[in-house]
Design a protein around this ligand. Structure first.
Ligand code: ATR
Length: 287
């Protein structure tokens, strides 16, 4: 019988996840399908009852990453720490539904590839980030996964957010790290900047930092600042364009999207899609 998967979100109609996962299912000749699961927030509890009968796994996106935990049997430790579930799977042996999070791992892998480092995905070696200053923009659900990633890799974490108190709570909650408002960017000289705000998503003309931030970050450096945007629609966000114009190296959000999806696919099937079917074509490592 065809195994059914999907992405639970709202709105979700522009999601690239069905294309990504169905391509991998076809590659491995797995009898499975991955579909869009359009679930308005007030319908999640009803939806989950039927879903568990008909499906064996799913991705979870905005706005359900936190709420979906209520309908699961087990929340895996990372998802509990970041209070965000992006992947559901049903344990075949126990029949229990698990929620986990692959965003943090996708982000670390995306940074590694985006920085042109060769990396064995299975090795989970993120030592290249040790002691590097990671400036994280945002303090919502997406940012929590990024903060976890930075801490996991022993990077020096700085969280800046429009609402400063939330940045402070996030930095403190993950065992330390400096925090501030977005306007305090000039106090920092990051090696890596990650946008985990939703700025640029709703309004493509908006950016979380003013254009002068990027030249400030680049001043007197012998190595580039790497800038990754979790927003991938549009791919080349205004923030990435401004950062690139100031000499920063940019990493588009589609790389993280593919790599977090790859981790989910491994959980569901135990199989690793080949690199050429995982990495988007426009990244530096493809050169
Ligand atoms: P997600 O789960 O995608 O992270 P979220 O929890 O709603 O979504 O968080 C959205 C993030 O984008 C927050 O950090 C938010 O800042 P506040 O905590 O101050 O709300 C940030 N954000 C959203 N709109 C913004 C804007 N116009 N300018 C700056 N930051 C913004």
């Amino acid at each position: 019988m065809t195994k059914r998967y999907g992405v639970i979100g709202y709105p979700v109609k522009h999601s690239q996840s069905p294309e990504i996962h169905n391509r991998w299912f076809r590659h491995f000749k797995i009898d499975a399908s991955y579909e869009l699961l359009v679930v308005p927030p007030d319908n999640l509890s009803k939806f989950m009852i039927g879903f568990k009968e008909t499906h064996v796994g799913a991705s979870v996106t905005i706005p359900h990453k936190e709420a979906v935990g209520r309908y699961l049997d087990v929340i895996d430790p990372v998802a509990a720490v970041v209070r965000a579930v992006n992947t559901l799977y049903c344990d075949e042996k126990t029949g229990k539904w698990h929620g986990t999070n692959t965003d943090w791992l996708g982000a670390l892998q995306a940074l590694s590839f985006g920085m042109g480092l060769t990396m064995d995905l299975a090795a989970r070696d993120f030592s290249f980030l040790r002691g590097k200053q990671v400036l994280l923009l945002g303090a919502g659900g997406a940012a929590r996964a990024m903060a976890y990633a930075a801490r996991f890799a022993a990077a020096e974490l700085v969280v800046l957010n429009r609402t400063k108190a939330k940045a402070e709570a996030l930095a403190k909650g993950l065992g330390g790290g400096r925090a501030g408002g977005l306007s305090e960017f000039a106090n920092f000289r990051p090696d890596i900047v990650i946008n985990a705000t939703s700025v640029g998503l709703a309004n493509p003309h908006a950016t979380p930092l003013p254009p002068e931030a990027w030249s400030h970050f680049m001043r007197d450096r012998s190595t580039p600042v790497y800038v990754m945007d979790m927003v991938f629609n549009p791919l080349h966000t205004k923030m990435l364009k401004e950062a690139g114009a100031a000499g920063c190296q940019t990493i588009t959000g589609d790389l993280m999207l593919s790599l977090q999806a790859r981790e989910a696919f491994c959980i569901w099937t135990g199989l690793n899609p080949p690199e050429e079917l995982v990495l988007p074509k426009n990244q530096p490592h493809d050169a």
